[in-house]
Design a binder for this molecule. Sequence first.
Ligand SMILES: [Zn+2]
Length: 350
Amino acid sequence: MSDAIALTRSLLRFDTVNPPGRERDCAHLVGAMLQEWGFEVAYHEYEDARTSVVARSGGVDSKPPLCLTGHLDVVPLGSRKWTKDPFSGEADGDRLYGRGSSDMKAGLAAMLLAARSVAKSLSGTPGVVLVLTAAEEGGCIGSQHLARTQLLGKAGAIVVGEPTSNYPYVGHKGSLKFYARFRGVSAHASMPDLGVNAIYKAARAVAELEAGGEGVNMVPDSASVGVDIRTVPGMDHAAVRAKLQALLGSEAEIEVFSDMNAVWTEPEQDWVRRVFEITGRALGVKPEPRAQTYNTDAGNLLKVYKGAPTVVLGPGEPQQAHQTDEWCSMERIRQSVAIYEDLIRDWCGI
Ligand SMILES: [Zn+2]
């Protein structure tokens, strides 16, 4: 596992498809490696086998550490047939195939190897904290739980290794995910006048059916609709929620299960300028401020690492995320190890 491609492959071999996730084995392999390199490692399970890893090294009072973060889980394979093995890391030219190659086991591997190469120099410097999460896909539930623990400690800036082809993005959308429940009255289908069909209520409220009743010969007494609102910087989620409640009607019982603000760091911010310099050198372009459409764990981490400038920067190809025959460029993977290492050295002054 000495090289980034080999390490990406070994991570791809863990089936961390979410649902159900089962990140534990992958988390423990990663944690064991970090421990061997001198990192202090802690695990957190918000549910059986849903394991996140927080690893730190170095640390001084005068400046908080740099946070590198990524997720261990991957999305399901989808209904289309794969022509490559999703779990073995088949290579073809520059492409490394597998579920999670771009999103984002390549990013994890690159962060790990960058951490390894600086591990011996981190003592007496601000240091690094790696936050490797379970259950990012489908609502960032792992990081939501982590943010309620003491394990995250402090961080002064965040690098999110989601797929960007190594381009530094200074923002991304937020999201508010919830279930809206509608209650009715159950009755036999032959006497529907005795019941109140909750589905019709839900349909009237959101004009979209998502859940069915328990049987076709029954008037269902409850219906639940899943809603995922994507937000942009500046949108107040409490106001969004109030507006939606008004729209859905007072009978809708709203249960929020994921609530993350959009992320945006001013491109003029000092550290962001350094990130642009470092990645610009590696990519041979002058980065411009851009934001991603997808959501990341940073939305939750920023609840603890308040005000930390944040960039999304990872070797995966954004268009490959969640695709059949997902692949990642091996050249990009190697490039990102060097970029992450430079970012750590820059932050820690080594
Ligand atoms: Zn991802």
